[in-house]
Design a binder for this molecule. Structure first.
Ligand code: GLN
Length: 486
């Protein structure tokens, strides 16, 4: 099997045994990129020089017989919303088209310590607003399973390059589903950790009370290894939580006999694609067969999640995006008559349609006289959504459901209908609002050969439980081994 098709934990063994070098592996990934990138369009920036330098450093370490970390020498792609020192960080926006971050995000510092190899920065919906990666100012990423369809979003680039074997793993960010939904649509593993588990320092802010960085990988073991590498308390992010280190690989093999899995009836909604429902129900039966106890549960406020999310996220975005004024960094419009005119022209020309829509929605929701009716009310509903999960977790260990109501849709199909696009997030926003961890993993294909994602949700800081259930399912079915025919 070509090296780029393997998972990080398999490659680590080969690197350690000195069967392969990281330079060979990195070359194999760039060869793959040369073969598929023209069609997939997953990257905004490739960092080849840096990658080979890092690969050589890793190889030297293996050569000396140093104690090497699991991600040492492993080619990883990074969503372009995560600040990378000396490398372009555009957030998929014209307004940051020339922005080179003067510092590294904490997650970057952490994976650098592990000795990873940076392959490049991946395409995304502008400022992570979207569900299809069509809102990028630069290009439209295609789904490797069917190039006429979208890869999901907003981390569509990261999901697509992992699915296409054009990176071994990737980092993404999830505010309302942006890791899980593209992972589902591209047939890879993607996890949104508990809010506070991973530092947001250096993650360009969209909606600060929801944003969380997380991994994309080819299997569950790699997901655990990536999580090990990036999590932990960070004094630079006051919302990062101080908890003792956990090894997320530790519980993988313990089986799920007696684990109680809740199936929320509100997630099997009208409009749920029949193939998606069938694959997810099959997956639940597999879990039952592995010894889990399956129980129907209710999360009664689920139907309000989309409306709540689309008040809170734009409100926070409208404040966070005020900093793009053309003064200190990024794009600045020319021919301005005065300062106010410069701001107006810069923001009108620099932001795309969807970002402007969110800024307007958010500004309106926060405006005097409307604050109570919208933002405050949304916060109250958010509390209700969270307490739904709290009560459910009194009787079950984890919750299993579909990730996305539909498989990948056609490029252009929803671009003129923002509400239709927002509905893609109907099954992912509840866990985001509750701040709890959730994974999406491949659970088979539709009749037309598109991947379906199984979502597993756990209480805060219980990623271990999710990983254990996910690993058991994966090992039992081997579904993750299926690859697109590119
Ligand atoms: N699709 C959702 C949105 O457009 C979620 C995006 C995200 O998680 N960053 O807001």
């Amino acid at each position: 099997m070509p090296l780029h098709e393997l998972a990080a934990h398999e490659l680590h063994e080969k690197l350690k045994a000195r069967e392969i070098t990281s330079v060979e592996l990195t070359q194999s990934v760039y060869d793959r990129i040369s073969a598929v990138e023209r069609r997939v369009q997953g990257y905004i920036t490739l960092t080849k020089d840096i990658a080979f330098e890092q690969a050589e450093v890793a190889d030297a370490g293996f050569e000396r017989g140093d104690e090497m970390q699991p991600l040492a020498g492993i080619p990883i792609a990074v969503k372009d919303v995560i600040c990378t020192k000396d490398v372009l960080t555009t957030c998929g926006s014209k307004i940051l088209h020339n922005f080179i971050s003067p510092y590294d995000a904490t997650v970057m510092t952490k994976i650098r310590h592990q000795g990873f190899v940076m392959i490049g920065k991946t395409n995304m919906d502008e400022f992570a607003m979207g569900s299809s990666t069509e809102n990028s100012a630069f290009k439209i990423t295609r789904n490797p399973w069917n190039l006429d369809t979208i890869p999901g979003g907003s981390s569509g680039g990261s999901a697509a390059v992992v699915a296409a074997d054009a990176a071994i793993c990737a980092l993404g960010s999830d505010t309302g589903g942006s890791i899980r939904q593209p992972a589902a649509l591209c047939g890879v593993v993607g996890m949104k950790p508990t809010y506070g588990r991973v530092s947001r320092y250096g993650l360009v802010a969209f909606a600060s009370s929801l944003d969380q960085i997380g991994p994309f990988s080819k299997d569950v073991t790699d997901c655990a290894l990536m999580l090990n590498a990036i999590c932990g308390h960070d004094p630079m992010d006051s919302t990062s939580v101080n908890r003792p280190d956990t090894d997320f690989t530790q519980n993988l093999v313990n089986g799920i006999s007696g684990i109680k899995i809740g199936i929320p009836k509100e997630y099997f909604i009208e409009g749920l694609d029949a193939d998606v429902e069938a694959r997810v129900r099959d997956a639940i039966e597999v879990l039952r067969g592995c010894g889990a106890i399956i129980k129907e549960i209710s999360l009664p406020h689920t139907e309000y999640a989309i409306a709540t999310y689309y008040i809170i996220a734009p409100a926070e975005a409208s404040a966070n995006l005020a900093r793009y004024d053309g003064v200190r960094f990024g794009f600045r419009a020319s021919n301005a008559e005065n300062l106010i005119d410069m701001y107006r022209k810069t923001r009108s020309q620099g932001f795309g349609e969807e970002v402007k829509r969110r800024i307007m929605l958010g500004t309106y929701a926060l405006s005097s006289g409307y604050y109570d009716a919208y933002y405050l009310k949304a916060q109250k509903v958010r509390t209700l959504i969270k307490s739904d999960f709290d009560s459910a977790f009194e009787t079950v260990d984890v919750i299993a459901a579909p990730t996305s109501p539909t498989p990948a849709f056609k490029v252009g199909e929803r671009t003129d209908d923002p509400l239709q696009m927002y509905l893609s997030d109907i099954l992912t926003t509840p866990a985001s609002l509750a701040g709890i961890p959730a994974i999406s993993m491949p659970c088979g294909l539709t009749h037309s050969g598109l991947p379906v994602g199984l979502q597993i949700i756990a209480p805060a800081f219980e990623e271990n439980k999710i990983l254990r259930v996910a690993y058991t399912y994966e090992q039992h079915t081997g579904r993750h081994q299926k690859k697109p025919n590119l």
